[in-house]
Design a protein around this ligand. Structure first.
Ligand code: NAD
Ligand code: RM4
Length: 253
């Protein structure tokens, strides 16, 4: 029970990595507030799974790109669950597209959801933690793509580098309040975000071939690392970036 009786908030928690993290947090003894966006039926399933584990759950539907969503989510979590111990900034999009004709709106939306959304959310959570006065843990889902490029990801990779950088600066800004800030850099995890991209057999085979452990990641491979970073087991970790990629980054030659 790494997170016994803690209150954990997670954005973009209806699917993929966010969903697995919400379930893992409940399994580790936490009550969980999930932010979802226009995904009510699936959100209800996540709530049911958390409650089946004997923990409380609350859902807040909102677009992370809107600044008001952040204060609204944190307030809803505090109203329902009493406080905020852990905040996981996870919501993200990656509409794969070539560089030379990237639509302005696709670029803007990706930046606003992935980077501005993370900023607003982390800021609101940190303000609540500072008000509580007894520290906390913030984990942001960055990516291996903070370290390497992608031909169809020129709008996306800068947001993931930015999310990691945000955690480093927040670690500095919030350390005096006992708030730890770290990022997790997943490799390629099979979720809805890359379902179409990996539907191309050649692309899938290429990506799998890069991974020394021989398989794509599963959302649960990331959720367990987030739970560790969120917990007191990681009490001296702040400003760190944890790569969880089956060895893909190390596989140069
Ligand atoms: P996913 O598509 O399965 O899940 C994304 C979640 O974010 C969904 O629940 C979706 O509803 C939510 N979301 C999307 N836009 C939102 C918005 N505007 N406001 C609130 N919620 C919103 O994808 P995933 O793979 O689980 O991605 C989660 C995070 O992990 C993303 O930040 C992504 O960049 C990151 N990541 C994924 C991979 C991977 O290979 N899957 C690798 C590295 C990093
Ligand atoms: C990740 C990484 C994965 C990709 C997803 C969409 O950050 O680049 O390889 O499938 O994004």
């Amino acid at each position: 029970m790494l997170l016994e009786n803690k209150v954990v908030l997670i954005t973009g928690a209806s699917r993929g990595i966010g969903r697995a993290t919400a379930i893992e947090a409940a399994r580790q003894g936490a009550d969980v507030a999930i932010n979802t966006f226009r995904d009510d039926a699936v959100a209800a399933e996540v709530v049911a799974e958390i409650e089946a584990l004997g923990r409380k759950a609350v859902v807040f539907d909102a677009d992370v790109a809107q600044p008001d969503s952040a204060t609204g989510f944190v307030q809803a979590a505090v109203d329902a669950l009493g406080r905020v111990d852990v905040f996981v900034s996870n919501a993200g999009i990656c509409p794969f597209h070539a560089f030379l004709d990237m639509p302005v709106e696709t670029l803007r939306r990706t930046m606003e959801v992935n980077l501005h959304g993370a900023y607003f959310m982390v800021q609101a959570a940190a303000n609540q933690m500072v008000k509580q006065g007894d520290g906390g843990s913030i984990v942001a889902i960055s990516s291996i793509s903070a370290l390497v490029g992608g031909e169809m990801q020129t709008h996306y990779t800068p947001t993931k580098a930015g999310v990691h950088s945000l955690m480093q600066s927040c670690a500095v800004a919030l350390g005096r309040h006992g708030i730890r800030c770290n990022s997790v850099l997943p490799g390629t995890i099979a979720t809805d975000i890359n379902k179409d991209d990996l539907a191309d057999p050649a692309k899938r085979e290429y990506m799998e071939g890069r991974i020394p452990l021989g398989r794509l990641g599963r959302p649960e491979d990331i959720a367990s690392v987030v739970a560790f970073l969120a917990s007191d087991m990681a009490s001296y970790m702040s400003g760190a970036a944890v790569l969880v990629d089956g060895g893909a980054f190390a596989n140069f030659q």
